[in-house]
Design a protein around this ligand. Structure first.
Ligand SMILES: Nc1ncnc2c1ncn2[C@@H]1O[C@H](COP(=O)(O)OP(=O)(O)OP(=O)(O)O)[C@@H](O)[C@H]1O
Ligand SMILES: [Mg+2]
Length: 341
C-alpha cells in the first residue's frame, strides 16, 4: 500500500492562557497512514488526538516538523491550494455540525456548490448519497427532525459528497447509543471498502476500534507510544498505556506483584494461557484436565473477539498431584502458549 499521509517530527505547542508558558500538545510525532486503510487514533483525553487529526487538513499547523498529504506539505500551501486540498479531505464530527436551517438535501449539496458543481449534477449525486447512507426518504427533513444516528449519516454523506480521498472522523460515535454506533461503524467501513477512501478516526471507544480499525496508534501526553495492526496491538500490547486502554476489552495479564499476592494465599499451581482459537473453539482445556485428573478454577482474564478471532489471556489455578499437573501442562503446551507462575 502506498503512503497517503505522513507526519515528520511533528510538534505542536499552544500558548497557554497565562501567555507565560506553552502547552505541548504533540511532540516529535513520526507516522504515516497508508492509502486505503482505516487508521484509528486512541489515547487519554488531552493526549493530542484532535490536534493531530486537524493537522491533516490544515486546521492546525505544526509548531515544528511537517505534515504531508500525498507528498505535499500542508502547512506550506497557499490559501487557494489549501482549499483545493480540503475538497479532497472530508471531515465528520461528534456533534454532527449540520446547518439546522437547511434541509438534509441542502446540507449535503452545500459543499458541492462550494466546490463548483453544476446544479444538474448535484441533484443526482445527493440522491445517490442519500441512498447510500439509507436516508432516501429524508431529503426534505430538517436536522432537528432526525435522530442522532440519522444526523451522523447526513454528516457522513456530506463529508464524502465531493468524492474525497481521505475522511477524518473525530469521535463520530461518542454521542450515539451502542446500536446506532454499530450502524455508523458499518457505514464507515462501507465508505472505506466501496470507495477506497482512507479513513483516519479518533475514538475513545475500544469497541469501535475493534470493529473498525486496520491499524491503531496510541497517543499519550502528546507522544506516540505505540502503533501497529489491530490484532497485534489488542493481543500483544507493547506499552503499559496501551494495555490499560485495551485491557478492559480482554483483560491484560496480571502484574508480577499481583501474581505474588495470589500465590501467597494458595497451594495451587498457577498458569497464564494465551487465548487463541485452539483453546476456545473446542473444550481442550477441560478434556486434558479430565484425562489427568486435574481440577482448575479461573483466577483472572478474559476472551474477546477481534475480526472474528478470539484473543485474550486467562489465568488458571490448578489442583492435583504434582505429576498430574506436569502432565496436564505438557499436553496443553501443544495447543496454547502457557506460562507457569
Ligand atoms: N486551541 C487551543 N489552545 C490552547 N490549548 C489547546 C488548544 N487546543 C488543544 N489544546 C491543548 O492541547 C492538548 C491536546 O488537546 P487535544 O484536543 O488535541 O486532545 P484530545 O486527545 O483530542 O483530547 P479529547 O480526548 O479530550 O478530545 C490539551 O492539553 C489541550 O488543552
Ligand atoms: Mg479530541
Amino acid at each position: 500500500m502506498t503512503e497517503r499521509i505522513r507526519f515528520d517530527s511533528v510538534s505542536k505547542e499552544y500558548p497557554s492562557r497565562q501567555r507565560r508558558e506553552t502547552v505541548s500538545a504533540l511532540s516529535g510525532i513520526d507516522l504515516s497512514m497508508r492509502s486505503g486503510e482505516i487508521f484509528t487514533l486512541i489515547g487519554p483525553s488531552g493526549a493530542g488526538k484532535s490536534t493531530l487529526l486537524r493537522m491533516i487538513n490544515g486546521l492546525e499547523k505544526p509548531t515544528s516538523g511537517s505534515v504531508l498529504v500525498d507528498g505535499i506539505e500542508v502547512q506550506k500551501l497557499p490559501k487557494g491550494e489549501l482549499r483545493t486540498l480540503r475538497h479532497r479531505i472530508g471531515m465528520v464530527f461528534q456533534q454532527f455540525n449540520l446547518w439546522n436551517s437547511r434541509t438534509v438535501y441542502g446540507n449535503i449539496a452545500a459543499p458541492l456548490k462550494i466546490a463548483g458543481w453544476k446544479e444538474d449534477r448535484i441533484a443526482p449525486r445527493v440522491a445517490e448519497l442519500l441512498d447510500f447512507v439509507g436516508l432516501g426518504d429524508k431529503a426534505f427533513a430538517h436536522p432537528k427532525q432526525l435522530s442522532g444516528g440519522q444526523k451522523q449519516r447526513v454528516g457522513i454523506a456530506r463529508a464524502i459528497a465531493g468524492r474525497p480521498d481521505i475522511l477524518l472522523a473525530d469521535e463520530v460515535t461518542s454521542a450515539l447509543d451502542p446500536q446506532t454506533t454499530k450502524e455508523v461503524v458499518q457505514l464507515l467501513k462501507s465508505v472505506n471498502r466501496e470507495f477506497g477512501i482512507t479513513i483516519v478516526a479518533v475514538t475513545h471507544e475500544m469497541d469501535v476500534v475493534a470493529h473498525l480499525a486496520d491499524r491503531v496508534a496510541i497517543l499519550s501526553k502528546g507522544e506516540l507510544v505505540e502503533i501497529g495492526e489491530l490484532e497485534r496491538v489488542f493481543s500483544r500490547p507493547d506499552h503499559p498505556i496501551t494495555g490499560s486502554l485495551v485491557g478492559s476489552y480482554a483483560r491484560t495479564a496480571l502484574t508480577a506483584e499481583e501474581q505474588g499476592a495470589i500465590r501467597m494465599e494458595s497451594d495451587a499451581r498457577f498458569i497464564s494461557i494465551r487465548v487463541e482459537s485452539a483453546v476456545v473453539d473446542s473444550p481442550v482445556i477441560s478434556r486434558i484436565a479430565r484425562a489427568h485428573s486435574v481440577d482448575f478454577t479461573f483466577v483472572q482474564g478474559g476472551v474477546a473477539h477481534v475480526k472474528g478471532q478470539p484473543y485474550g489471556q486467562i489465568s488458571l489455578a490448578l489442583y492435583g498431584e504434582d505429576a498430574a499437573v506436569d502432565a496436564f501442562l505438557e499436553d496443553l503446551t501443544g495447543y496454547a502458549e502457557i506460562a507457569e507462575w
